[in-house]
Design a binder for this molecule. Structure first.
Ligand SMILES: C[S@@+](CC[C@H](N)C(=O)[O-])C[C@H]1O[C@@H](n2cnc3c(N)ncnc32)[C@H](O)[C@@H]1O
Length: 281
């Protein structure tokens, strides 16, 4: 059982306008779209677990479905994210539902042919429960595609700030926030074992290094503000100060602030790596 705390994300407008994982999601969906076990009749149903405000669901998941697909369901434990997705993207066969993949009762979800979950696992408190719940939701023969952070520069910044005397009194354990694969020597085999333990077959796990372009200093600050778990233990009155300091730690840690003299934009690049798993029920 993981010690990590679970986390929702807030502020759908901030996330949806700054998603740093867009190039990776685009490339992964393109790479895997033909691998899914699509139905012969094209009446597929797919659940996007941790869909946030639905932007990636619509831009990259919807297009891989057959034209006459039956149902696309986005779930997220953040009611703010789901309200945004519902208002912006709902249609008769595209729906969004508030549901926690760790804590929720899967009997309340429909069974689907496919599950996709993009950059969500680093926020979950209990990976085994989440994978078991995904397995339950899949129809027999269904398949599951997971992609999530194995490593992310922001975690290094969080480790640094946890040692800063100004903040160390509030941060009791970095493991509450940082995904275990960040510390693991064999994260691919950890994930493969977990998927197999929960009943999945034909498990294929791989890993790719890729930096994330986060935008300028203010965009990075906005991104940090969307992740509730980073603020665990930090008094509310000091949230703005903490956001500022964490952003500075992140920039300093990677010397990742590059200024383009020919434009007014500054860009922050973070080293990162993604774990990818495709498996069948
Ligand atoms: C980094 S965002 C990625 C969103 C989306 N998949 C994308 O690529 O844009 C992760 C999302 O997972 C959601 N999430 C976190 N824990 C969850 C849980 N236990 N159950 C369902 N969703 C969860 C967060 O609220 C957030 O919207």
């Amino acid at each position: 059982m993981l010690k990590k705390i679970g986390s929702k994300m807030f502020k759908p407008e901030l996330w949806e306008s700054n998603k740093p994982n867009t190039p990776l999601v685009r490339a992964l969906m393109e790479e895997y779209k033909d691998k899914f076990n699509w139905r012969a009749d094209g009446r597929d149903s797919l659940m996007d677990v941790g869909c946030a405000g639905g932007g990636h669901t619509m831009e990259f998941v919807l297009p891989i479905l057959p034209k006459n697909f039956d149902r696309l369901i986005g779930i997220d434990n953040s009611s703010e994210m789901i309200a945004y997705a519902h208002k912006t993207y709902s249609r008769p066969n595209i729906e969004f539902k508030t549901f926690d993949i760790v804590e929720g009762d899967t009997k309340k979800l429909p069974q689907v042919d496919h599950i996709v979950s993009l950059y969500v696992f680093h926020l979950l408190s209990d990976h085994e429960k989440a994978v078991t719940n995904m397995f339950d939701v899949l129809k027999p023969g269904g398949d599951c595609f997971l992609a999530h952070l194995r490593y992310f520069g922001l975690y290094t910044a969080y480790e640094l700030i946890s040692r800063d005397p100004k903040w160390s009194k509030y941060i009791t354990d970095v493991n509450d926030v940082i995904i275990p694969s960040y510390f693991s020597k064999c994260p691919e085999s950890d994930l493969e074992q977990l998927l197999k333990k929960c009943g999945f077959k034909s498990v294929e796990v791989s890993s790719r290094e890729a930096s994330f372009e986060v935008g300028d200093f203010n965009v990075l600050k906005d991104l940090i503000k969307t992740v509730a778990s980073l603020y665990k233990g930090i008094p509310l009155a000091q949230h703005d100060d903490f956001t500022n300091d964490l952003t500075h730690h992140a920039i300093d840690a990677f010397n990742s602030f590059s200024y383009n003299k020919h434009s007014t934009t500054s860009k922050v690049f973070f080293p990162g790596a993604t774990l990818v798993a495709y498996s069948k029920k």
